[in-house]
Design a protein. Structure first.
Length: 164
């Protein structure tokens, strides 16, 4: 699996406003791939009465479909000098207020009993820690963004360090 943190190459001249300060892809965990392999293996059982070859073909097709869907739905978290992007949503960093990281029981509470129904969520069940970024834009009714992150402290540091 690819590294969850990678940086884009910097241009030779001045740093571009779009140069990522922080970048993370929320790739599926190993156990997700084991589940995908198990489910696709069920294709053998379903089609084996027809023919073993048909079962193997069905298993391969199921695995490819599920793998493509998992890869295409893997969200990107990116912080640049000007923007914060989580999945398909992007906001200017000037509208980011308090940022906090949560692990273990606190992360569970943030995803559960403390969750605001109108918050923007990018949660992946295979990534336990979360980061909450308060939104200060008066024209945005979303109180905060809550996103899974394998490196929540690094994400908080990237969001709280203001560009010069």
């Amino acid at each position: 699996m690819p590294d969850s943190r990678s940086s884009a190459p910097s241009p030779a001249n001045n740093v571009s406003p779009a140069t990522p300060v922080y970048r993370e892809k929320l790739w599926p965990a190993l156990w997700i791939w084991v589940v995908v392999a198990g489910i696709s293996g069920a294709g053998i059982l379903v089609f084996a009465p027809i023919s073993f070859g048909a079962g193997l073909t069905a298993a391969a097709v199921l695995f490819v479909i599920m793998a493509v869907l998992l890869i295409l739905s893997t969200p990107l978290i990116e912080v640049t000098d000007r923007t914060f992007t989580v999945g398909r949503a992007t906001i200017e960093r000037q509208f980011i207020g308090e940022v906090a990281a949560f692990r273990d029981g606190e992360a569970t509470a943030e995803r559960g009993v403390r969750l605001n129904a109108v918050a923007y969520l990018c949660i992946r069940g295979w990534v336990s820690p979360v980061v909450r970024a308060t939104i200060t834009d008066p024209s945005d009714s979303t109180p905060y963004w809550l996103t899974s992150s394998r490196h929540p402290e690094d994400l908080v540091a990237a969001l709280t360090t203001r560009p010069e």
